[in-house]
Design a protein around this ligand. Sequence first.
Ligand code: SAM
Length: 242
Amino acid sequence: MRETFGYQTVTQQERKKRISHVFATIASRYDLMNDLMSFGIHRLWKRNLVKKLSAPENAIIVDLAGGTGDVGAKIYQAKGTPVIIVDASKQMIQAGKDKLDLPLDWLVATGEDMPFADNSIDVITLSFGLRNMTDLDVVLKEINRCLKPGGQFLCLEFSTPNFWLKPFYDFYSWAIIPRLGAFVAREPAAYQYLIESIRKFPNQRELCHQFSKAGFKNVEFDNYSFGICALHQGQKSEVNHP
Ligand SMILES: C[S@@+](CC[C@H](N)C(=O)[O-])C[C@H]1O[C@@H](n2cnc3c(N)ncnc32)[C@H](O)[C@@H]1O
């Protein structure tokens, strides 16, 4: 089966291998690059995600594609609830463990096949990870499977900005970000992939449709920074359909 890696068409296996290589190579500079590329605004987007999170007491919360634990830490600091961070990259997880001294659980696993029982998780968050997953439909169904009935799914991802912003956004993306990636992370190709993958990703309304197709209800989204980023959310049905 053929997949896209940015603008290139590669096999599914090759795509997984390349994405894994991208995060293995940038892990130690990932947080710094996020701050530089977004002028620190990613922190506000993530804080908004945490504000929208509604978890019962003693909730089981999973931050999928949690990387270096940025969102997991913010959830813990705001809600006092321990978070399970799931990520496919050992290197990203190690960078998170080295940085954070919080009661977080770390698990190397993929979003396509999570080691959780059906109906066992209260909330799943996913920030800037869905775009990297190989099969969107499989991952969304897997998230739905793991959530308890009524459970909440919150997904932060780059999206399609307002048309008037596009010329500036395109200039910044193509001219500045790969140079920053070369200078700071010494991995321009990784940041070239990042820009291309954003453009290949479904827009706000298309993603809502994918959520509904995977079985989520009450699907909605909020645009941040004029649509550069969007927070989508959905809820698992209370009734468990076989
Ligand atoms: C852009 S980083 C986001 C990290 C973190 N959520 C944040 O917002 O700072 C994307 C993360 O997705 C992880 N990832 C990529 N493919 C994955 C998959 N199939 N399953 C789980 N994690 C995956 C990568 O290892 C990486 O840590």
